[in-house]
Ligand binder design. Structure first.
Ligand SMILES: CC(C)(COP(=O)(O)OP(=O)(O)OC[C@H]1O[C@@H](n2cnc3c(N)ncnc32)[C@H](O)[C@@H]1O)[C@@H](O)C(=O)NCCC(=O)NCCS
Ligand SMILES: Nc1ncnc2c1ncn2[C@@H]1O[C@H](COP(=O)(O)OP(=O)(O)OP(=O)(O)O)[C@@H](O)[C@H]1O
Length: 316
């Protein structure tokens, strides 16, 4: 997905300011919280290729209390009749828009067989989709109603926003199982393969994954994995963020790939961090609390700590 970056949190203005950490010589490695209230829900990207079971996983997460935003649904509204995107589509592919209505199956036939055409469609739809999605997420964050929000997105791996949420949960499933399930949903094998060919192969999603769930088995197996993830990671992570303090968490050191993802998240939110090893990062420039909490960090003793309970990582 391509569009502007770093707007999941609104810019700080006098009317929406809730918290900043000011550069000081005291606690928290030079940054100090100077306001009492920060609303920051835990934001999860739920991803995986077509037919892996994202929607099924999303509904299980919803049962645990998460709010779910399905990016495909947001993208559909972008091609509603009368929108500027539909007009642009009609200028490029006149045959797929009749009486203002986009024939989605006809458009799918064109774009999933032609990477250039797909890039054109993505350029029309993705910035608008993200803009609309961000408005919704900002509303949830500001209202304080959602402690855990989930964005369900098939094509996160292609997106510059791949490290914009607190955690990426990747769902995987065996190829034959996916094709079979998609056929059950009315997509032919060739149609399913055409879409898969325009998505990052499953084997390449490992670097993205903070958690990997396998959905090759029965739904009960997926439900067990979701319950475990919720109880051991998502709920305590959300509680830490809500408390602005790492109350729950293990004390193991992170793996190199885990550190890399954290550094990528900080970078996405404008913070350049250096890995000093042994679970410690340093940031040279002053920054604000909103960016830190968007990247998952909360104030700790003389530093910031990653609120993810799975491992310990500090930033000073
Ligand atoms: C081509 C379109 C009209 C086909 O519509 P259709 O109703 O058949 O499919 P739908 O939008 O429900 O998507 C179903 C699945 O197809 C795959 N898919 C859709 N768009 C893309 C894309 N740009 N690249 C790769 N895979 C895609 C995803 O796995 C998605 O879950 C539609 O997919 C579209 O407008 N795509 C561009 C916008 C987009 O990227 N949407 C998806 C994520 S935001
Ligand atoms: N473990 C499972 N056992 C049997 N059927 C399943 C399982 N998981 C999902 N399904 C079914 O497989 C199909 C695809 O699952 P789902 O819609 O959740 O995948 P998805 O990743 O959201 O797909 P898409 O990328 O098209 O949005 C659905 O019909 C769903 O009910």
């Amino acid at each position: 997905m391509h569009s502007g970056r770093r707007i999941l949190r609104p810019p700080i203005t006098p009317t929406n300011l809730r918290i900043t950490w000011r550069r000081t010589t005291t606690a928290c490695g030079g940054f100090r919280r100077n306001s009492s209230r920060l609303i920051c829900m835990l934001l999860i990207s739920l991803t995986g290729g077509i037919g892996v079971g994202k929607s099924t996983a999303a509904s299980l997460l919803k049962q645990r209390g998460a709010q779910v935003l399905v990016l495909d649904e947001v993208a559909r509204t972008i091609l509603d009749p009368g929108t500027s995107a539909t007009w642009e589509v009609s200028q490029i592919w006149p045959s797929v828009v009749r009486d203002g209505l986009v024939d989605r199956a006809a458009l799918a036939k064109i774009v999933f067989g032609d990477p250039k055409a797909l890039a054109q469609l993505n350029a029309i739809t993705h910035p608008r989709t993200w803009q609309a999605a961000e408005r919704i997420l900002e509303g949830w964050d500001a209202s304080g109603d959602a402690e855990v929000a989930v964005i369900e997105i098939a094509i996160l791996a292609n997106s510059p926003r791949k490290f914009s949420s607190h955690l990426n949960v990747v769902i995987g499933a065996d190829m034959d199982v996916r094709l079979e399930r998609l056929e059950g949903r009315g997509l032919t094998r060739d149609e399913a393969l055409a879409r898969m060919n325009n998505q990052r192969p499953q084997a390449e999603l490992a670097d993205l994954a903070d958690a990997w769930l396998d959905n090759s088995g029965v739904i009960g197996d997926l439900a067990t994995q979701i319950s475990q993830l919720w109880e051991e990671r998502l709920a305590p992570y959300a509680a830490n963020l809500a408390a602005h303090k790492r109350i729950h968490g293990l004390d193991r050191h992170p793996e190199p790939a885990e550190v890399q993802r954290c550094v990528a998240r900080l970078k996405y939110y404008g913070i350049q961090a250096k890995n000093e090893g042994s679970g410690n990062l340093t940031a040279s420039q002053p920054t604000d609390g909103r960016a830190l909490s968007a990247a998952g960090f909360v104030p700790g003793e003389g530093c910031f700590e990653l609120a993810d309970p799975a491992y310990q990582l500090t930033l000073s």
